[in-house]
Design a binder for this molecule. Sequence first.
Ligand SMILES: Cc1cc2nc3c(=O)[nH]c(=O)nc-3n(C[C@H](O)[C@H](O)[C@H](O)COP(=O)(O)OP(=O)(O)OC[C@H]3O[C@@H](n4cnc5c(N)ncnc54)[C@H](O)[C@@H]3O)c2cc1C
Length: 286
Amino acid sequence: MKARNVRYLRPGSVSAALRALQDAGPDAVPMAGGQSLLAALNMRLSSPTHIVDIGDLAELRGIDEADGVVRIGAATRHAEILRSPVIRNRIPLLCDVGAHIAHVAIRNRGTIGGSLAYADPAAEWPATMVALEARIIVASTRGERSIAAEDFFVGLLETALQPGELILRIEAPIPSPDMVTGFGELARRHGDFALVGLVVCTRIDQERLVAPRLVYLGCSDHARTAVHVMDALDKAHVPLADAMLYADALRQDMSPSDIPGLRGDTRMKMAEVLTRRVINSLTRPR
Ligand SMILES: Cc1cc2nc3c(=O)[nH]c(=O)nc-3n(C[C@H](O)[C@H](O)[C@H](O)COP(=O)(O)OP(=O)(O)OC[C@H]3O[C@@H](n4cnc5c(N)ncnc54)[C@H](O)[C@@H]3O)c2cc1C
């Protein structure tokens, strides 16, 4: 199948892109790396009238840090995040996570903003940004707003973005030195979307978890904190001996769906096992 005819626009600045989106109306879409959008167009799951290509806008690319926050431009590619010394030094969790996104060719084109806007519940960046309590800075011709990642994802492939809005950047707080982070996922092959995955940010005090934050991938329709599991694991002794402490809570928080070749209850069991595996592999604060 081929995409419907569409007008392709390539503005030279963010403000021109915002004007183009506004002028073209609600059926215009931005395109960053095109790795998800072009497939959707070709399968006619999406039929916009206009594509506004923002992938090469320098204003939207790059990584820096200021005032305890790492800022990542929306059109920064997955591969650039993996190579960034700022990321490696300040939020190394992103290097662990990003290495699981797809394959080299897709990581070279796909962008963090595109991944967040697409809001696939099995994607790595949305869950990670919720776990890190990052903020997503968006803009339209009406101005800018800053949205907590937890509020940004609202449903299956659905976000708080309004028509005409672009993600400009992500602002992720640099974890404090006593914060421990961990990530794990189970996929059929490395680079495939996760069947289940988990991002953890926590403190550990005298072998007990303190205020852990857990966000699963692929276990619900959008990235959000697993509040009952977090409650069940607060003050839990590590290493965890078994899943008894949190198994019921996990069922309250998550409901992985059946997918071809794998039932939802099997994925739930996988999430249960993965939780213990990730928690027990957390290393102590430096
Ligand atoms: C074979 C394959 C395997 C993949 N495996 C994984 C995986 O394992 N894990 C994973 O996380 N991802 C995976 N992906 C998705 C990949 O990471 C994409 O790069 C990403 O989801 C979309 O980024 P993009 O820059 O290509 O966005 P695009 O395809 O350009 O856009 C995606 C959506 O986001 C919107 N958009 C893009 N940028 C912005 C912005 N700045 N502001 C507002 N809206 C915007 C577009 O309008 C569109 O709706 C895979 C993709 C493929 C093709």
